[in-house]
Structure formats: structure tokens, C-alpha cells
Design a protein around this ligand. Sequence first.
Ligand SMILES: Cc1ncc(COP(=O)(O)O)c(C=O)c1O
Length: 393
Amino acid sequence: MSADWVEREHKYYQSTFKRNLVMTRGEGVRVWDADGKVYLDLVAGIATNVLGHAHPAVVKAICDQAQQLVHVSNLYINQRQVELAELLYNVSGGMRAFFSNSGAEANEGAIKLARKYGRVNRGGAYGIISMERSFHGRTLATTAATGQKKYQDTWLPLPDGFRQVPFNDLDALKAATTEKTAGVLIEAVQGEGGIYPASSAYMQGLRSWCDEQNLILICDEVQAGMGRTGKFFSWEHMGIRPDIVTMAKGLAGGVPIGAMLAAPRADIFEPGDHGTTFGGNPIACAAGVATMRTIHDKDLLNHVTQMGAYLDSKLRDLATKYPIMSGMRGIGLMRAFDLAEPRAQDVMDRALERGLLITNAGPSTIRFVPPLIITNAEIDEAVEKLDASLAAM
Ligand SMILES: Cc1ncc(COP(=O)(O)O)c(C=O)c1O
């Protein structure tokens, strides 16, 4: 029974999350709670379960690897790590990987690498410029890089060397650049901030500015990567190539992992500069290899483009019925709309009652980051439940 678990959770687990739903099992785009109720899951671990729940390729990879080698230190080479690095090298056009366990850690690695670049190649520069409304993680440095005051205020003073500028504003970025700046950190499609894509013109201008000024351009693909936008990396839509890319969330189909990829220009870590105990663990990398191969073999990037357009058209239809909905936006299966009032929690609660999991991005924005395998029929079902939820408000 859920109620017992809720009580035990409140007793034994710190109050970091406000939650009352106990999940026990998942399959495809569906999850079941401890009382046996089934939900259509358009949250997908917040853009993490890219192949849905219990995908056979991921399950098999985990089980096979667990029987061979669960963990071995990064003092030694593990084959799955090399295989995953090779796949990422190929999709990124020649970037070498470093694996961690989370998105925040991947960004920490990227910040360190940019700082090393600044120290060696830009007269000791160490500063990172990031964007307002961005989200880069919960460690102290990534909190300092995150452009939302609500995540920062309690933890002041934050590490030095970070500042934020308005998104999609090249003049502001240029004005903020000083001789101390080492690099720029950006989500080409902002996720937690509310699903806002950067314009191609801005990203191209940013790329040129970084080249001119000898700055490192870091793209945080933790949420928008792994095919979520219909291309493997979201920056591919904008015709640029970053120097460093960070990934996590969907990379191993739900198994904890992070990756920091570096193009040759930025690939300057030497032995001893950086490290990790668990990062690139054989199980995580086996799951990552299976996830990446499935995305490729099942042509999921095309599928995402089609399903994204379908979800968008269904949501636009719904918006004609509910004037409270506006600001339909997104790319691929990364979509959002705004509510005229701060009632996102209300919408989510009503959807939950009807067996639909959706998430928000702030108090007035509903966000959709479903598994990339979602079908037309599942989108229809989700939109019907959303329709009923909005009607009940
Ligand atoms: C764009 C982006 N970067 C970084 C992170 C942090 O990732 P993690 O929670 O794995 O540390 C997130 C998490 O939501 C994210 O969306």
C-alpha cells in the first residue's frame, strides 16, 4: 500500500522532495504505483527514460554486464566505457569523452576544463558566462552557473567567477566578456527554464565571438541531447559546433551517467587533472551503448521529429478550447505551454488523478519531455487526459 511507504519515506528520507506517489514498475510509456494504478508517463524521469521503462535492449545490457563486471576502478580500462566513448565520438564529429555520474558533475568537469584552457591559453582567465533562466545543476559551482535566483539565494556566497547575461542577447554577452572570461556555458534549448530554444543567429554569433576572443563554448545538452529535439544534439539545429558538450539524463536510458565531451581544441586534460570513482562504470556504459544503438537502429530521431510535430498540433488544437493555454513552443519531444495563471500544480494534480504524469517548468508552464518511443496513440491518450484535466479546473 502506498500510504505506508509515504509515511516511512517522510520518517527516513530528508525533506528534499515533496512527493506522495510510490512507483513500483514501468513498461514502455507506462508506470504503476504501489496501489496498482497505471499512469501514462510523459515525464520520463524528466527527460531521462528516453527509451521508456524496462526497454528490453537496456535491460539485457544491464543484466549481461552485471554478470561480467559490475565495477572496476578507472585505474583500468573497461571495454563498455571505450565503446560508449567511441559512439559519442562518432555522433559528435570527433569529441573525446570523460564520464561522470550526473549532469551537474558533467558541467563541473566542463567548467574545470574551460578554466584550464583559460589558465593555459588566455592569460589565466577563469570566468564563465552563462544565461539568465538557465539550469546547470545543484553543486555549488553549477548553482553559481545557474541563472535562476531561486536556486542560488540560500547558498551565498557561491564560488567566484560566474555571471549571467540575458539569453539570445549577443550584445549583452559581448559587453560581459572581460580578459578574465574563459568560456560561455549555454543550453541551446533551455529546459528547466521553460523550453526556450536559442535562435540560430544568436548561436552562430556566439560561436564567432568565442572564436574571435579565444573563449571556450560549452553546450549543456543534459536535457536537450540524446535525440530529444529530433537531432542527436540540440545545437545541430543551429548550425554550430561547441568546444565542450555535457550530457547526462537519457544517455544510459535511466542508469546514472554523465558525459563531458571535448573537441580537440579544448581536449587538454592530462593525467591527474580530473577523475571519478564511479563515472563511466561498466553497467552505466553498457546501458549507454544499448541506448545509443537503439536510438540509431530504430531511427528514433525521425520518430521524435514526427511525434513532436504531432504533439504540437494536438496541443495547439487543445489551446483553441482552453484560453488559459498560450505560448506553445518547443522542438521535437521537448515542448511546453504557458498557463494564464500560476496553476501548473493544479493541472498536474488533475492529470495525475486521470493517470497522466506531466511536469512543469515554473509555476505557470507545463512541460512535456516524454520517452522518445512514444506513439501517436499514446499522445492521443495523453491529450485526452489533459483535456479532461483542464475541463475539471
Ligand atoms: C540542462 C541541465 N543541466 C544540468 C542538469 C543537472 O543534471 P543532474 O540532475 O543529473 O545533476 C539538469 C537537470 O535537470 C539540466 O536540465
